[in-house]
Design a protein around this ligand. Structure first.
Ligand code: CTP
Ligand code: MG
Length: 385
């Protein structure tokens, strides 16, 4: 049998209560960028071509929540964990017995950001060396010993590393080790392996592969997000009237903008730019002209719908830049009010909004004062798909 034929299973332990993080549900079931944390963790293993099958170890109190959270993933039926992480791992290992894998990767559900590269490294080293393999990172802080409040020494940090998961082991060996140390408590599986004399080697871990432990850990790191941009354009005709609405601000004028809503081309271009950045179609699809619901409504109401869509997509608006194109009325005196209004409608700081106004030197329909146009560019940050 060639090395590549070695089977590698994964046990992902998720039976803790996440007490340090607190909250109504254990941390592994909280939403992170639109998906439960545990979905992030498990899907990395499910997607890896060398790893199969994947088993989650869960707390019986959260079995229903677990099933909802991992719907659609190719997993073995979950098994229940125990009072300690070590017991939970052992339960997972026992459940894999019928599958008799050559190797097993043991991972904390609380580490959602394990990269493909890190998985590849652990898998490659496991196949080559057929011993314990753990990802580690160096320590950048100086490490002290202390007794009570008093410092009693300084560790040689060059000899120390921090252990992460996934940790890989020959299946039979780690299973035997866990059974053998039963009764003694260890904080990771490598310590269990070490205790029975198994060789454990290290590979380079990844600083992004954090174990979410405290409330402040719970945000998407930069490298799990992407930036997207959308553009929008709109133009409306000027007809008899006494004011125009532009970027949510009323500007007195001897004409008004025609339109189903208040004709605010500035906000319409902005909404199209948001929809563009989200990949969610355009204004006409979300607010059909024949839908009486939007008739005569202020365009700020439409912005609110676009904002809700951003929230649903877990997107954060980074910047909105709107250009109003119009010969008359003069808009420069209203620029600051527009910036203020648009920022408020979007729920962001004013530094994230820019309003530009330009005339077209008397050229075209804009120059002839037949209408007013607007263009917008929106930049968003959102979770990686
Ligand atoms: N774990 C487990 N069974 C336990 C305790 C912990 O399967 N009896 C799992 C956790 O779900 C987690 C991993 O082991 O994915 C690492 O544990 P930790 O980060 O300490 O999570 P919790 O124990 O849930 O958190 P806390 O210690 O703050 O309560
Ligand atoms: Mg714990």
């Amino acid at each position: 049998m060639g090395k590549s034929a070695h089977s590698i299973a994964a046990v992902v332990v998720a039976a803790g209560r996440g007490e340090r993080m607190g909250g109504p549900v254990p941390k592994q079931y909280r939403s992170l960028g639109g998906r439960p944390l545990i979905h992030w963790s498990l899907s990395r293993f499910v997607a890896h071509p060398a790893v199969h099958p994947v088993l989650a170890v869960i707390h019986p109190d959260f079995a229903t929540l677990h099933e909802e959270s991992v719907a659609g993933l190719d997993l073995l039926p979950a098994v229940y964990g125990g009072a300690t992480r070590q017991e939970s791992v052992l339960n997972g290992l026992e459940a894999l017995r019928v599958h008799a894998p050559d190797f097993v990767l043991i991972h904390d559900a609380a580490r959602p950001f394990v990269s493909d590269h890190l998985l590849d490294e652990v898998v490659r080293t496991l196949r080559e060396q057929e011993c314990g393999v753990i990802p580690v990172t160096g320590i950048t802080d100086t490490v002290k010993y202390r007794s009570g409040n008093e410092v009693t020494g300084t560790a040689d940090r060059n000899r120390l590393v921090c252990a992460q998961t996934p940790q890989g082991f020959p299946y039979v060996g780690i299973m035997a080790a866990h059974r053998q140390v039963d009764g003694r408590t260890f904080t990771d599986d490598a310590a269990v392996a070490e205790a029975v004399g198994m060789t454990v080697v290290t590979v380079n871990g990844d600083r992004a592969n954090i174990k979410m432990t405290h409330h402040e850990d719970f945000s998407l790191p930069f490298n799990q997000t992407e930036v997207s941009t959308g553009t929008g354009y709109d133009a409306h005709a000027l007809v008899d009237g006494d004011h125009v609405m532009l970027c949510g601000v009323r500007v007195d004028h001897d004409r008004t903008l025609e339109g189903n809503t208040d004709g605010d081309v500035g906000l319409h271009a902005l909404i199209d730019a948001i929809l563009g950045a989200l990949g969610c179609g355009d204004l006409g699809q979300h607010f059909p002209v024949d839908d009486a619901k939007w008739h005569g409504r202020p365009s700020g109401d439409l912005v609110r719908v676009a904002r809700d869509l951003m929230t649903e997509c877990h997107a954060i608006l980074l910047h909105a830049d709107i250009t109003l194109m119009c010969q008359r009325p003069r808009l420069a005196p209203h620029q600051e009010a527009m910036r203020h209004k648009v920022a408020k409608l979007l729920g962001v700081g004013e530094q994230r909004v820019n309003i530009k106004v330009t005339s077209t030197d008397g050229l075209g329909f804009l120059g002839r004062c037949e209408g007013i146009a607007a263009a917008a560019t929106v930049t968003l940050r959102r979770p990686l798909p």
